[in-house]
Write a protein that binds this ligand. Structure first.
Ligand code: ADP
Length: 458
């Protein structure tokens, strides 16, 4: 009930695994604590695309003018300049190294010839893991932790950080099935407990606009109590009101419709009247607000086989396809008449919109909403349509850290012995996290935090 390690890592998502593995490889003894019965957190259920400027796939697609500076600029502007540029630069500057570490050291497999172009980015730069979900990462993380002999203790909830008389964080009080455990940390503690998107009370407390109408995309453990634990240890919580809703989610369960990622390759968003109403590659906050302003507060995402041949989402997400189809929110049709019957969008209006989209296909031709990648010829089926609503997705706020992933107090002092990485931190994404930046963030800062905590134990 009382154990001592060099480094104690709390939370077994992408950030926690990255920290634990790097700490171990820096020579530290390390333990990874996870409150849920299974590891992975939001990192597991994420689409898990990972932005890295100058990655190895970009030249395959003819993209040769990207840079960490451009990625940093997109991130900063995408968050309305509320992010900390010093921290952002560390993220984008180490992104490629982090991606190579995942590929070459962990064995994460990425698609060799495709990238995601998420909203708010000026270049296509998101690497896609095989299967388009976090399973590829988390299975490789778990295998590496096993190989290195890192104990991963599930059902172990961190309750309180322990400080010594000089104010250094020296351990964690945790509970399992009501029994108390103490984990002493010679070097320090890495907090990698994720966000609070699955805690509706906390969400509404920090942002009253996001009320009980909203469901969440998040893993059930994303409930944020650890943020208060950090606060009790002196850490400042910042940007807590910035809560991102993901625009395209299942109206029934709230989960992300990864199958509708065809949007990144040209799928269009329609309202119940059959009209487009926003640039489909806009920021998540912009899309979410636009959807909520439409009849019924939902939209339809429509694509055809020409788009599907590029995005491949129906093939990559067969379970979603079956579930959403059965649930009655998704339909596959040979023609638009059938789509109109299913969605109850007036046929003439639907046809008019699709014809117009086809007439404006190609980069630079969208006179209506200036689709940055260019609309696609949608004259031929098959067609796929799915109903979508915004759902609580990512909490941008959290523990204030510096560029070394050290946790800071309200007056900017480093809390000795405490590092934080991943969604639990609050200064990278400003008001709005761009797609593909979560994985970059968690791996870059998880690695930094783990190494630093290991060094501190020496
Ligand atoms: P990130 O993307 O930042 O790595 P994740 O959501 O993927 O975040 O992972 C965070 C993990 O931390 C989740 O698995 C969650 O269950 C776990 N967690 C949250 N709070 C605690 C806590 N108090 N003690 C132990 N584990 C926790």
């Amino acid at each position: 009930k009382n154990a001592t390690y060099d480094v104690v890592v709390i939370g077994a998502g992408g950030a926690g695994f990255s920290a634990a593995i790097e700490a171990k490889n820096a020579g530290a003894s390390v333990v990874l604590l996870e409150k849920m019965p299974a590891v992975g957190g939001n990192s597991l259920i994420s689409g898990a695309e990972m932005n890295a400027a100058k990655n190895w796939v970009q030249p395959v697609l003819g993209i040769t003018d990207d840079s960490p500076e451009l990625h940093a600029k997109d991130t900063y502007l995408g968050g309305d300049k509320k992010g900390d540029m010093k921290v952002i630069n560390v993220m984008t500057g180490n992104a490629l190294d982090a991606a190579l570490w995942c590929r070459d050291y962990l064995g994460v497999r990425f698609e060799p010839d495709n990238l995601f172009f998420f909203g708010g980015h000026s270049r296509k730069r998101a690497l896609i893991p095989v299967g388009h979900t976090g399973t590829e990462f988390i299975s490789k993380f778990q295998a590496k932790a096993d190989e290195l002999g890192i104990p991963v203790i599930t059902n172990m909830k961190a309750e309180e950080l322990i400080k010594d008389k000089d104010g250094r964080v020296v351990g964690v009080k945790a509970t399992m099935d009501g029994a108390e455990y103490t984990f002493n940390a010679k070097g320090g503690v890495v907090l990698a407990t994720g966000g609070f998107g699955a805690n509706p009370k906390m969400v509404e407390h920090y942002n009253p606009k996001i009320d009980s109408r909203f469901k969440t995309t998040d893993a059930p453990g994303t409930t944020g109590e650890a943020l208060y634990m950090a606060q009790r240890a002196g850490a400042e919580l910042v940007n807590m009101q910035y809560i991102q809703t993901y625009p395209i989610c299942d109206p029934i369960s709230g989960v992300i419709e990864l199958i509708a990622d065809a949007r990144f390759d040209g799928a269009i968003m329609l309202n119940q009247e059959g009209k487009r109403f926003v640039e489909e590659l806009g920021r998540r906050d912009v899309l979410s607000e636009a959807i909520l302003a439409q009849t019924g507060n939902y939209c339809w995402v429509l694509w055809n086989d020409k788009i599907g041949a590029v995005s491949n989402t129906v093939k990559e997400h067969p379970t979603e396809y079956d579930a959403f189809t059965k649930q009655g929110i998704m339909k596959t049709c040979d023609d638009l008449k059938c789509i109109a019957d299913f969605t109850k969008i007036p046929y003439e209006s639907l046809k008019g919109t699709v014809d117009r989209v086809t007439s404006m296909a190609g980069k630079g031709n969208d006179k209506d909403f200036h689709h940055r990648a260019g609309l696609v010829d949608m004259s031929q089926g098959k067609y796929y349509v799915i109903k979508a609503v915004p759902s609580v997705h990512h909490t941008m706020g959290g523990v204030r850290i510096n560029e070394k992933a050290e946790a800071l107090t309200a007056d900017g002092k480093v809390i000795p012995g405490l590092w934080a990485a991943g969604e639990v931190t609050g200064v990278t994404h400003g008001t709005n996290r761009l797609g593909g930046n979560a994985y970059t963030d968690i791996i870059v800062f998880g690695r930094i935090a783990g190494k630093a905590a290991a060094e501190a134990a020496k």
